[in-house]
Design a protein around this ligand. Structure first.
Ligand SMILES: [Zn+2]
Length: 483
């Protein structure tokens, strides 16, 4: 089945058709490095990491580019406050950015171009816009002339007239048209500056993304992604600049993630509910943070609460411990790959069919605009089915191979979801939990032998409240997590 993506540009789901056969270009707007990034910004990093990984899983050779905005008003302000150079601020928060995305389980991009290292490329593109009549200079600043670009505001679907009469647009005497935006900013005294044909200054923010995406992915490429707040004006302006400069297509598919609220409110420093990704990662495990975000569709709004994070944490611990038990019981048995295997028992046949169906359904859901919440449901269904199979007792090589098959399907899903912990820490934790539950089960057995059924039942009931289900089998008690 083909991959369908919701394209903001056309406002509908479209079949993904690669621009070129040898490479899938994917550009995501990266951070402005003046501070630690907050959990709202963590969302695009995680969801587009999953979409990128899924495209790779589906066989596409993805080249993933994310810019680092290392010169900007906010960086200059921060540098002035601290009495250091903008480079010091930028480098500090670039380092922090890399540490933080690692804690979110986000795979590094193939390229992280920095604005200050591409100033000549930016000047060249602005010059091209000048030559083609799309740019004008005014008092050392250079602006893009929106009136020269007929398709302006196609991405946001806004009407030019409405935009023009919009009261929010501040009047700027230097602009020919209120919608015109800056390509090159003249430097004020004491600000970092680069020489240009229009005098000393620095690049505007929008032009930076046009230059760096086209430099590393070609003039026309596949995906351009970012938060919904970037649709207008940032992405709108990127399209205008890029298409005006090349005369051809820019990105084909525009993906935008929804907003994040905190307890139903907007996150803002003034409201005192501001949480950085760094603070989040100190409190919660990587897999739990990812699960929290992936339980919602990337385009939907998401509400952050501690309760939701605690629930996600409990879920990922259960997932890791279940995975560990299946993997251990499977040992070195090989997964079953043949299309129509024959089994010796009804239970084995129906378990294999359940695995097959879950795998197929999960991939169809990912193909449908990356429906990670539904895929998460399938992962937990798969664990439930495997637990049920596990409980009847693992007796022979066929059973072990079926467990190995379940493990391999989970591995497949997790190659793009990244919510199953397999680290040494997760293993140690899973073993510890198993050991503690086994001690309690042994105690329960002893109470039963002593005919102290009240205490034996009490242990079972208390374990039940902690989410542990105990089943008595001919080989003794076994336990699993309640689903
Ligand atoms: Zn951008």
């Amino acid at each position: 089945m083909a991959i369908h993506v919701f394209n903001t540009l056309t406002r509908k789901k479209e079949v993904y058709e690669p621009v070129r056969a040898d490479m899938t270009g994917f550009y995501v707007c990266g951070p402005t490095v003046y501070d630690y990034f907050h959990i709202g910004n963590a969302r695009p990093f995680i969801v587009f990491d999953v979409i990128r990984r899924y495209l790779i899983y589906r066989g596409y050779n993805v080249r993933y580019v994310m810019n680092l905005t290392d010169i900007d008003d906010k960086i200059i302000r921060r540098a002035n406050e601290e009495g250091v150079s903008t480079d010091v601020i930028a480098q500090r928060y670039i380092n922090a950015f890399f540490e933080d995305i690692q804690k979110l389980g986000v795979r590094p991009a193939d390229v992280y171009p920095r604005a200050t290292q591409h100033v000549q490329d930016i000047i060249d593109l602005i010059q091209k816009l000048f030559d083609r009549g799309f740019a004008y200079e005014s008092g050392g600043d250079v602006f893009f002339d929106v009136s020269k670009f007929p398709n302006y505001a196609r991405l946001s679907g806004k009407k030019i007239d409405e935009l023009m009469s919009g009261a929010r647009i501040a009047v700027d005497e230097r602009k020919r048209n209120p919608l015109d935006f800056v390509l090159w900013k003249a430097s004020k005294p004491g600000e970092p500056k680069w020489e240009s044909p229009w005098g000393p200054g620095r690049p505007g923010w929008h032009i930076e993304c046009s230059v760096m995406s086209m430099k590393y992915l070609g003039d026309t490429f596949d995906f351009h992604a970012g938060g919904m707040d970037l649709i207008f004006p940032h992405h709108e302006n990127e399209i205008a600049q890029s298409q005006a400069a090349t005369g051809g297509d820019f990105a084909h598919y525009w993906l935008h993630n929804g907003f994040l609220d905190i307890h139903g409110e907007k996150m803002a420093k003034s409201l005192g509910n501001f949480i950085t990704a760094r603070q989040l990662a100190e409190r919660y495990r990587t897999a739990a943070i990812r699960l929290f975000f992936l339980q919602k569709h990337y385009r939907s709004p998401i509400d952050f609460t501690e309760e939701a994070m605690d629930a996600a944490s409990a879920s990922v611990v259960r997932l890791a411990t279940s995975y560990q038990r299946f993997a251990e019981a499977a040992g070195d048995a090989a997964p079953i790959l043949e299309p129509e295997p024959r089994f010796s028992s009804e239970a084995a046949t129906s378990f294999w069919h359940a695995l097959e169906a879950l795998r197929r359904e999960a991939l169809e859901l990912m193909d449908d605009d990356f429906n990670t919440p539904a895929v998460t449901g399938k992962i937990f269904d798969l664990v439930r089915e495997t637990n049920r199979f596990f409980e009847r007792g693992i007796q022979n090589e066929e059973d072990r191979r079926l467990l190995a098959t379940a493990r391999s399907v989970l591995d497949e899903f997790d190659s793009f979801m990244g919510i199953i912990e397999r680290t040494a820490a997760a293993t140690v934790e899973a073993e510890k939990i198993d050991r503690i539950v086994q001690i309690l089960l042994q105690l329960r057995q002893r109470f039963r032998q002593e005919k102290n059924y009240a205490l034996a039942d009490e242990i079972r009931a208390q374990l039940g409240e902690a989410g542990v289900v105990v089943e008595d089998t001919p080989k003794g008690p076994v336990w699993r997590w309640k689903n």
